[in-house]
Write a protein that binds this ligand. Structure first.
Ligand code: AGP
Length: 607
């Protein structure tokens, strides 16, 4: 996902832009650039590579008090200097930074080339710069408005013009954009993290809105020039939550934050004694939810794994048919949505394009839609009819960790909340919530033994193929453990329902092959230990995730990582922790960039 930052005010803009770009780099990073404005001139600097490459080109003493910046994760055109943003028109008078994709880019380019425009880059954004220029007659806001009426697709943009050096025009339609409010200055950004050190007062823009931003004023309208009034909101997160806090990587920090993050997620929402759950976001639609005839949980990647745990939780506690769908598949397969269908979108960023599109599709077909989202004010949060926020603070590491456990915890609370309105007894709910209340402390206990996971990584980081096996509630955890290893250490790993191994994948087992098996106490214990025996008979090396006190498992495994006991429906909250740590240490041992894995971005806002 690309990052956008803009500043207009009384201070030199460049240091503010560079600091903002650094805080945005985790979202998408293969090139970066800035445009500084002074009367009659735009200074454009941009390059492929990291922000540090860009900084070498800049005079950090530059005087201009207005400018825009961008970090790019390539969608149209390779990550090169010329394809980096900002993009300008032929005269160099107008500059644009853009997050999203212009779908009629080809037709636009053809039209403009026929008008004599010579393109320098392969990007869709450059076409927008030329189009704005063609409409510009001294009013940048008007020119942007006219240009945006000619394009289709998703965008969040910031536009500047050397003839109006203290104006930034911003617009959004399908990509996050917010305005930071300061004293005699304003900022615009695609993520609160970029402006947090300057202000916590923000205005979240909605799709189809524009803003003309000057040091003292923000004028918001729709694309059709209808004035819009938006409340100023307070960003809940502190800067320290953005910083590394002494950890080597954001991912490690966020793994270790999970006890506190889960506390924050549960706070004020659970009451063990009475067996009650309080989810403010569901109050207005509880009646409709209680009458739901079917739930569809949808998401991508890790969020999809959390949704799969949710499926098991919903069917067990609410006893309503529930299915989990990959958002990218759901949106294109003409899904059956009928009365009584509730669609729940699970997403950390709230900006994942496939998940957002699946949601829009579900809404158009009449489903009640809920969001399980971390980023307040994000597109998915605003698109859904209602929802429950994770409240775990910003997740910076590209590999999702605390968001996964929080998503599962929220889905567990939703299942209990709705279950109590159907067949779940107060006693059963109280027992469930009492166990849920223990989870943060139990995660802390697991983290005290984090070294055990490092030993496993040291022994097997050189193996290029791993298997992860789980049953029941731990089957989605096996998938999640495999994804964690893949995405940060680049080791190929496959997660499977353990029983599926004998239907083909068992052919993969070779001498010494690392096979992670989640073999915690519960209804599937005997079967999963049989699976362990099958793997060992073929020479595989067993890394078992087991329940504290289980000594039998130690006789069957090369390594055992223990987790405290908890009811099966809540086990994913604990069994995932050692798997996160194994993946982290394997990646570090292999010299991989843990927080910014190759080819990946924190939030995939394109198809
Ligand atoms: C998780 O480790 C991955 N980085 C990725 O699968 C992620 O979960 C997925 O892209 C969904 O993101 P979201 O939760 O922000 O929608």
């Amino acid at each position: 996902m690309c990052g956008i930052i803009g500043y207009v005010g009384q201070r030199p803009a460049l240091p503010i832009l560079i600091e903002g770009l650094r805080r945005l780099e985790y979202r998408g990073y293969d090139s970066a650039g800035v445009a500084l404005m002074e009367r009659g001139k735009l200074q454009i600097s941009k390059s492929a590579g990291r922000i540090s490459v860009l900084e070498q080109m800049l005079d950090m003493q530059a005087k201009p008090k207005a400018g825009i910046g961008h970090t790019r994760w390539a969608t149209h055109g390779a990550p090169t200097d010329v394809n980096a943003h900002p993009h300008t028109d032929a005269s160099g008078r107008i500059a644009v930074v853009h997050n999203g994709q212009i779908e009629n880019d080809r037709a636009l380019r053809t039209y403009l080339e026929r008008q004599g425009v010579e393109f320098r880059s392969d990007t869709d954004t450059e076409a927008l710069a030329h189009l704005i220029s063609r409409f510009y007659q001294g009013n940048l806001e008007q020119a942007v408005r006219q240009a945006l009426h000619e394009i289709s697709g998703a965008y969040a943009i910031a536009v500047v013009c050397s003839d109006e050096p203290d104006v930034i025009v911003a617009a959004r339609n399908g990509g996050p954009l917010l305005i930071g409010v300061g004293k005699g200055e304003h900022l615009v950004a695609s993520d609160p993290a970029a402006i947090l050190s300057h202000t916590t007062q923000v205005v979240y823009m909605s799709d189809g809105e524009m803003a003309r931003i000057t040091p003292d004023h923000v004028h918001m309208t729709t694309l059709d020039a209808i004035p819009v009034t938006r409340e100023i909101e307070e960003i809940e997160w502190g800067l320290e939550q953005i910083e590394l806090d002494g950890y080597d990587h954001f991912m490690l920090k966020e793994i270790h934050e999970q006890p506190e993050a889960l506390q924050d997620c549960l706070r004020g929402r659970i009451e063990a004694r009475s067996g009650s759950i309080h989810l403010g976001g569901l109050v207005d639609c509880t009646r409709e939810l209680t009458r739901a005839r079917r739930f569809i949980l949808t998401g991508c990647g890790t969020a999809w794994h959390a949704a799969l745990v949710g499926e098991y939780l919903f069917e067990e506690l609410i006893r309503t048919p529930t299915e989990t769908e990959y958002a990218s598949e759901f949106r294109y397969r003409n899904p059956v949505i009928d009365d009584g269908t509730v669609v729940i979108a699970v997403s950390q960023s709230g900006e994942t394009a496939d998940t957002l599109a699946a949601l829009v599709e579900a809404k158009q077909r009449g489903a009640l839609t809920l969001g399980v989202v971390n980023v307040v004010g994000s597109s998915i949060a605003r698109e859904t009819d209602s929802g429950v926020y994770l409240h775990v603070g910003p997740e910076i590491g590209v590999a999702s960790t605390k968001a996964f456990t929080a998503q599962v915890a929220v889905l567990a609370m939703m299942a209990c909340y709705l279950g109590r309105r159907k067949h779940l007894s107060p006693a059963a709910a109280s027992q469930f919530i009492t166990a849920l209340e223990q989870i943060p402390k139990q995660i802390a206990e697991i983290l005290e033994r984090a070294g055990d996971a490092k030993v496993v990584a040291e022994r097997y980081a050189g193996f290029e193929n791993w298997l992860y096996l789980g049953r029941g509630y731990n089957y989605p955890v096996a998938l999640e453990g495999a994804l964690k290893l893949k995405e940060i250490s680049y080791i190929h790993a496959e997660g499977l329902p353990a029983a599926e191994m004998k239907h083909g994948p068992i052919a993969l087992i070779h001498e010494g092959m690392p096979v992670v098996v989640i073999a915690t106490s519960g209804s599937q214990y005997d079967r999963i230990t049989n699976n362990i025996a099958q793997v060992r008979a073929r020479g595989g090396s067993i890394i078992a995730i087991a329940t504290e006190g289980d000594r039998q498992i130690a006789k069957m495994a090369e390594h055992v990582l223990y987790v405290p006991d908890t009811p099966e429906p809540l086990q994913p909250l604990l069994t995932v922790i050692p798997l996160q740590l194994i993946a982290y240490h394997a990646a570090v041992l292999r010299g991989c960039n843990v927080d910014k894995p190759r080819n990946l971005a924190k939030s995939v806002t394109v198809e």
